[in-house]
Write a protein that binds this ligand. Sequence first.
Ligand code: DC
Length: 228
Amino acid sequence: MPKELIVAIDGPSGAGKSTLSKALAKRTGYINIDTGAMYRSVALLASRQQIDVDDEEALRDLCAELSIEFVREAEQERVIVNGEDVTQAIRTPEVSLLTSKVAACPAVRQALVGLQRQMGEAGGVVLEGRDIGTVVFPQAQVKFFLSATAEERGRRRYDELRTKGLEVDLQQTIAEVEARDAADSARELAPLKRADDAIDIDSTRMSIDEVLAEMLRIIAAKQREAVE
Ligand code: DC
């Protein structure tokens, strides 16, 4: 029986973290914890309850009542918050915008990091986010830092939006990716930062399948190391 590891995947938005962590979870049988979805869920509830993003006390109370579950259903992974399926609702542009503000609130980070540690401490998990290898699980046995150039990530986002039938501009989409990177890295609290012992994977010129194969190879090697 392979050892149940903690696998951390950090990196900027658009590098392929979500796709890869879902694929990895499927192949290894591990549980996938999308920590961005957790911050998004807090933002969604705050917006519905008309809580100001600067009201730290109210956000702390909201997090104290929070229950989040990730449920794998055939091809889809669903996010259930306080019993409600919010999988779609947390993906709107409004929620994305609000999430970056909510994620800068110390009380929110403290509460969600606590939940993430509870969900992951037994191992057998893939956690994706920005601060997993540095803050949440510095002791994770496998840490990936997944990146790609801003231009490539902008292009992927552009293709995704076009596929959904949206009229978007490529240069503007790339500029938005760059602006979000700058905000994520400059933030005082838990900025996007590569852990010193993370394995770098640059996906700019790699397909999803190539990155997945590379990650599976590294995880299998770590599992062998862990049982020896
Ligand atoms: O990965 P994502 O786009 O779903 O993340 C949504 C937001 O949450 C984004 O602004 C970065 C933030 N986030 C964070 O601060 N820490 C994490 N561990 C995960 C996401």
